[in-house]
Design a protein around this ligand. Structure first.
Ligand SMILES: NC(=O)c1ccc[n+]([C@@H]2O[C@H](COP(=O)([O-])OP(=O)(O)OC[C@H]3O[C@@H](n4cnc5c(N)ncnc54)[C@H](O)[C@@H]3O)[C@@H](O)[C@H]2O)c1
Length: 372
C-alpha cells in the first residue's frame, strides 16, 4: 500500500535546490513510500516563495519553525549554513521527525554528539549529505578493497581541492564564520575524511597542519571594509588507520585551477585504485599483469553493473551526474525510513567524521599527534 512521506525543506541555496530536485526525482523511483513536497522555509521569504513555485512545494514560509509544527511533515531536509544545523535538527528530532541534514553536521563534535544522541533517543532515521560516497563506483572500490583485489592495503592519499576561495576579493560569508566551525577542513575535509573511513575504516591517530592563506576579506561583496579570516584555507593531514596502514589527506579551497578534485589513491600489495570526482563515472584499477610489459592502470566505466546506476540509465558509459548522487542518497534515506535500517552516513557517522575535524584543529594548534 502506498504511504505518503511529507517533506519539509530548510534553505533554498545551492544545496536547497539539489535536495528539492533529489526529492522530486526520488518520487519517480521509490515504491511504497512516496515523498510529497509539503513546505519550504528560507530566512529570505522571497527565496522561499520562488522555491515553492519552482519545485512544487504546497506552501512556503520564512520561519523554519513552521515546518517543525506542521503535522503533514514527516521529514526535515536541512540545507541552511552550518551554524543552524544543530538547532534545526534538534527541534525536528524533538518533534519525532526524520532528519536529513547537510554536512558538516555541526560546528564541533560536542554538538554533533548531542545531535546523534538526540536522534537515537527519538528513534527516527537520520542521514547526512555526504553525497559523493553514494557514487556506485565508490561502492565498487570499497568492495574491491574488502575482497582483497588489490592485496593488503599499504597506503591512502586523499584530497578535496577546489579554488572558489582563492581570490582575496571573495567576500566574508557563513563559510568563514567560526561559530559554524572550521574552514576548508570542515567544509571539504569532511567529504574526503568520510570517504577515507568508508573505504578503509576508522582513523586512530592524526597529525595536521592548518594554514590560512588569505588573512582578510571584504566584509561583503564590493566593500572596502576588511574582516579578518579566522578559519583555515588549507589543511594537510597525516593519518593512521586502525587497520594498520597510513596516509595523507589534504583539504584546500584555494587550489588554483582545481574545480572539484575530490580524489584518492589507495595502494595495496597487489594493485592500486585511483579516483577523481571530476571524472566520477570512472575508476582506475591497477593489478600486476603476468606480462611486465602489459602492466598499467585500466579504466572501469560506470554502468548498470554498478547498482544503482541502472535506475538512471540502462546503458553503460552514458554517465550519471552530481544531482543523481543526491537522488541516490535520498532514495537510501527513504529505504531506511521504510526498513528502519540505517543507510548512512547517519548522525553517528557524521559525529565520527567531526571528531577527525576537531582533532585536526587540535593537532595543528598544539603541533602534535592526536589519538582518537
Ligand atoms: N553535500 C554537498 O556536496 C554540499 C555542497 C555545498 C554545500 N553543502 C552544505 O550545505 C549547506 C548549505 O550550503 P549552500 O552552498 O547551499 O549555501 P547557500 O548559501 O547557497 O544557501 C543557504 C540557504 O540557507 C538560507 N538560510 C540562511 N540562514 C537560514 C536560517 N536560519 N533558516 C533558514 N534558512 C536560512 C539562505 O537564505 C540560503 O537560501 C552547508 O551546510 C554546506 O556545507 C553541501
Amino acid at each position: 500500500m502506498m504511504r505518503k512521506l511529507g517533506v519539509g525543506l530548510i534553505g533554498t541555496g545551492f544545496m536547497g535546490k539539489a535536495h528539492a530536485m533529489a526529492w522530486r526525482s526520488a518520487a519517480s523511483f521509490s515504491g511504497e513510500v512516496q515523498p510529497v513536497l509539503i513546505s519550504v522555509a528560507d530566512i529570505d521569504g522571497v527565496a522561499a516563495e520562488n522555491a515553492a513555485a519552482k519545485y512544487g512545494f504546497q506552501r512556503w514560509t520564512s520561519k523554519w519553525q513552521d515546518l517543525i509544527d506542521d503535522p503533514e511533515i514527516d521529514v526535515i531536509s536541512i540545507t541552511s549554513p552550518n551554524r543552524f544545523h544543530a538547532e534545526q535538527s534538534l527541534a525536528a528530532l524533538a518533534a519525532g521527525k526524520h532528519v536529513h541534514c547537510e554536512k558538516p553536521l555541526a560546528p564541533n563534535s560536542d554538538i554533533a554528539e548531542q545531535m546523534y544522541r538526540a536522534a537515537e533517543k527519538a528513534g527516527v532515521v537520520t542521514q547526512v549529505g555526504f553525497n559523493y560516497i553514494k557514487n556506485p563506483l565508490l561502492k565498487h572500490a570499497q568492495t574491491l578493497i574488502a575482497e582483497g583485489e588489490i592485496g593488503e592495503i599499504t597506503g591512502f592519499r586523499g584530497i578535496h581541492a577546489e579554488d572558489f576561495m582563492v581570490s582575496p576579493q571573495v567576500p566574508w560569508s557563513w563559510r568563514l564564520d567560526p561559530t559554524g566551525g572550521a574552514g576548508a577542513v570542515a567544509d571539504l575535509g569532511s567529504h574526503i575524511l568520510g570517504i577515507a573511513r568508508f573505504l578503509l575504516g576508522p582513523v586512530t591517530e592524526l597529525f595536521a597542519d592548518l594554514d590560512t592563506v588569505v588573512k582578510q576579506r571584504p566584509e561583503r561583496a564590493g566593500s572596502s571594509v576588511m574582516k579578518s579570516v579566522e578559519v583555515d584555507d588549507i589543511a594537510r593531514l597525516t593519518v593512521r588507520f586502525a587497520r594498520g596502514c597510513a596516509g595523507y589527506i589534504e583539504a584546500n579551497w584555494v587550489a588554483s585551477g582545481h574545480k572539484m578534485q575530490l580524489g584518492f589513491e589507495v595502494t595495496g600489495t597487489q594493485g592500486s585504485l585511483i579516483f577523481n570526482q571530476e571524472r566520477f563515472n570512472e575508476l582506475q584499477l591497477f593489478r600486476f599483469d603476468k606480462n611486465e610489459a602489459s602492466n598499467g592502470f585500466r579504466t572501469i566505466v560506470a554502468g548498470p553493473d554498478h547498482a544503482p546506476y541502472g535506475l538512471f540509465c540502462p546503458a553503460p558509459g552514458h554517465q550519471i551526474g552530481f544531482n543523481d548522487l543526491k537522488t541516490i542518497e535520498i532514495l537510501e534515506f527513504i529505504e531506511s525510513i521504510q526498513s528502519g535500517k540505517a543507510a548512512g552516513p547517519d548522525f553517528k557517522e557524521a559525529y565520527e567524521i567531526q571528531r577527525l575535524v576537531d582533532a585536526s584543529l587540535m593537532s595543528s594548534r598544539e603541533r602534535t599527534w592526536v589519538s582518537l
